[in-house]
Design a protein around this ligand. Structure first.
Ligand code: IPE
Ligand code: IPE
Ligand code: MG
Length: 249
């Protein structure tokens, strides 16, 4: 297991630097399409196309981990045609983008359930992960068929299966059983599309994340808005339950 960085290291600095890990709830694809009189899938396609620019912008800023919420465990409840279309978009994106991501030294990881994906999609995910696993640039976690409650339950089941004694279950051990075991907690969570909720995303990992939301729809998320998100993060003071250094006499 990879050691988790100590988030409290930043607690006393008055000016935060670039977040190490930025996670996105990529919302608003459907509304983006509706605004243009297009089918919802055209919005999802535009959403996939937006990802490359976002990743490049953040990599250039020095961000090390990016997590994108692409499909939730609840999104299966959408019309079958939309679900099928999103599955195909992911397959196409993996096929057309994996080599380019590899050449940019990006490490691609899937977080979420694998056993509900078609065998073909599962193989494409495995190929993308194994081709890029030794890359040392930015890590892109794709949360697909991801639900935080599912992740927590699966961790609990695996801890029991492994016969871990109750007294040995602490935060470090529990974290090591999550899909995100290889990734530090998100410093900044950005939600596009205007809603103010987590929608079952990284519930455990976001305990001390900073949160930024914007009405901008995901396919319209540009560098100016990304810059605002980073500026907002840098103006925050992370206390992790401690007393602010400025309030100490
Ligand atoms: C986010 O966009 C992508 C997924 C949830 C798959 P939406 O499809 O939720 O877009 P809106 O919220 O309907 O605009
Ligand atoms: C959250 O968006 C999930 C993803 C972005 C993949 P939703 O559109 O599914 O969230 P709700 O239903 O508005 O909470
Ligand atoms: Mg939505």
């Amino acid at each position: 297991m990879q050691a988790q960085p100590d988030p409290t290291q930043q607690a006393n600095s008055s000016q935060l630097g670039i977040p190490q890990h930025v996670a996105f709830i990529m919302d608003g694809n459907g509304r983006w399409a509706a605004q243009r009189g297009l089918p919802r899938l055209a919005g999802h396609k535009a959403g996939v196309d937006r990802l490359e620019g976002v990743l490049e912008f953040l990599a250039n800023k020095g961000v090390k981990y990016v997590t994108v919420y692409a499909f939730s465990t609840e999104n299966w409840n959408r019309p079958a045609e939309e679900v099928q279309g999103i599955m195909e978009l992911l397959g196409d994106a993996l096929q057309s983008q994996t080599q380019a991501l590899h050449e940019k030294n990006v490490r691609v990881r899937h977080i979420g359930r694998s056993n509900h994906l078609s065998p073909e999609l599962g193989r494409a995910v495995d190929h993308s992960e194994s081709l890029t696993e030794n890359n040392t640039g930015i890590t892109l976690n794709v949360a697909f068929d991801y639900g935080s409650r599912d992740e927590i339950l699966e961790a609990a089941r695996n801890i029991v299966r492994d016969g871990v004694p109750a007294d040995a279950i602490d935060e470090t051990l529990f974290t090591s059983y999550l899909y995100t075991a290889q990734t530090p907690d998100p410093d900044l969570i950005v939600r596009t599309g205007g809603e103010l909720r987590l929608s079952n995303f990284l519930l455990w990992q976001s305990a001390y994340s900073e949160y930024y939301h914007t009405p901008v729809l995901w396919p319209d998320l540009d560098e100016a808005e990304l810059g605002k998100a980073l500026d907002a993060y840098q103006s925050r003071q992370r206390r992790f339950g401690k007393v602010s250094p400025n309030s100490q006499a």
